[in-house]
Structure formats: C-alpha cells, structure tokens
Design a protein around this ligand. Structure first.
Ligand code: AR6
Length: 173
C-alpha cells in the first residue's frame, strides 16, 4: 500500500526519487518553489528546461514534463504547470487534479518509487489552499491504482496552514 504523508519543509531537501516543480508554461524558471528548485539544482536544470521548452513549445496547465535532478538529492524533477485561480469556474479543479495525476504517471514511467509534491498553484497562482489540498489528495488517491510501483507520496508544505490542511485530510483517508 502506498504511504501518503504531509511534511513541513523545503522540497529541495526531501529524500525521494523525484520531486515535482510548480512551474509555469514557459519552463524557464520563476519565483517560489520553482526558484528554489532551480537554485538548488544549479544551471544544468535551466539548460535542460530550455531544451524541453524548445522541443515541446512549453508545457500547458495540467500537463507535466521530466528532467534530471542535477545537484538536487533526487534523481528526477517533474515539472508541472498548475492553473491560475480565476474563481473556480474555469476548469481549475480539473487542471489541478491533472497536474497530480500526470506527474504520478510520469514518475512511474521514469521508474521512480517515491515522489514529493509542493502545494501546486497555492502561491503566486492564488488557488485557495483548502480547495487545492482537497483536490490534490483526491487526485493522488484516484491515481494510485494506475501507479502501483509508487510506494510513497509526500506532500511538502511550506507553511503551517497547508501542513494542517494536509494532516487533516490524510488522517481521514
Ligand atoms: N519547498 C516547498 N514549497 C515551497 C517552497 C519550497 N522551497 N517555496 C515555496 N513553496 P508558488 P504556484 C510553496 O508560488 O502558485 C513560479 O514563479 C509556496 O509556499 O511557488 O504554482 C512559477 O514559475 C506555495 O505553497 O507556485 C510560476 O510562474 C507553493 O509552494 C508560478 O510561480 C506554490 O507556490 C507558479 O505559481
């Protein structure tokens, strides 16, 4: 059975096979968790992201692409693009759920057994934290049967509010 857990901390420090980045569709870095991941990984990550962006023309919201981990402790970084919150009626829950599902499918394809997610879209993109947490946990649970090799999924929370939300949701699983 896959273990789902919430931890409070910095995703660049978590010991897992793959971490997920809350990127933007240009894939060329940014602030928040994206900035932290690029800083910790070093310049090789930006070079590879530039190549991916050139090849694929970027990454639309709800999709995911994979790169190496460079100086990070993980093997791979999965870059997914969350939706910008526009009030909830513009397909935001579907897109956000898709970020989690597609990231797990890609992790499986890459042979990763342990994966850490940040709280996608809940920073600059303005998604309400409670709604985002519910969607994240629901989407991950729904995808688990498709990714039986994945043994551990960590929700890495950077603030206490998110940490408490995830702890509550995971207690009631
Ligand atoms: N480890 C874990 N979580 C973090 C870290 C960290 N080191 N740093 C921030 N967070 P955001 P978004 C949390 O804004 O809303 C970027 O510029 C943060 O507290 O990083 O999806 C991209 O390039 C919040 O809970 O991502 C895009 O342009 C969560 O990570 C845009 O921001 C997500 O916040 C994406 O916006």
């Amino acid at each position: 059975m896959t273990v789902l857990e919430a931890v409070l901390g910095d995703i660049t420090k978590v010991a897992v096979d793959g971490i997920v980045n809350a990127a933007n569709s240009g894939l060329l870095g940014g602030g928040g968790v994206d900035g932290a991941i690029h800083r910790a990984a070093g310049p090789g990550l930006l070079a590879e992201c530039r190549d991916i962006a050139r090849r694929l023309g970027g990454c639309p919201a709800g999709e995911a692409v994979v790169s190496a981990g460079y100086n990070l402790p993980c093997k791979k970084v999965i870059h997914t693009v969350g939706p910008v919150w526009r009030g909830g009626g513009a397909g935001e829950p579907e897109r956000l759920g898709s970020c989690y599902r597609k990231s797990l499918l890609l992790a499986r394809e890459e042979g990763l057994e342990t994966v850490a997610f940040p709280n996608i879209s809940t920073g600059v993109y303005g998604y309400p934290k409670d709604l985002a947490a519910e969607t994240a946990v629901r989407a991950v649970k729904a995808a688990l049967p498709e990714v039986p090799e994945i043994t551990r999924v960590v929700f890495v929370c950077f603030d206490m509010e998110n940490y408490r939300l995830y702890q509550n949701l995971l207690e009631n699983r």
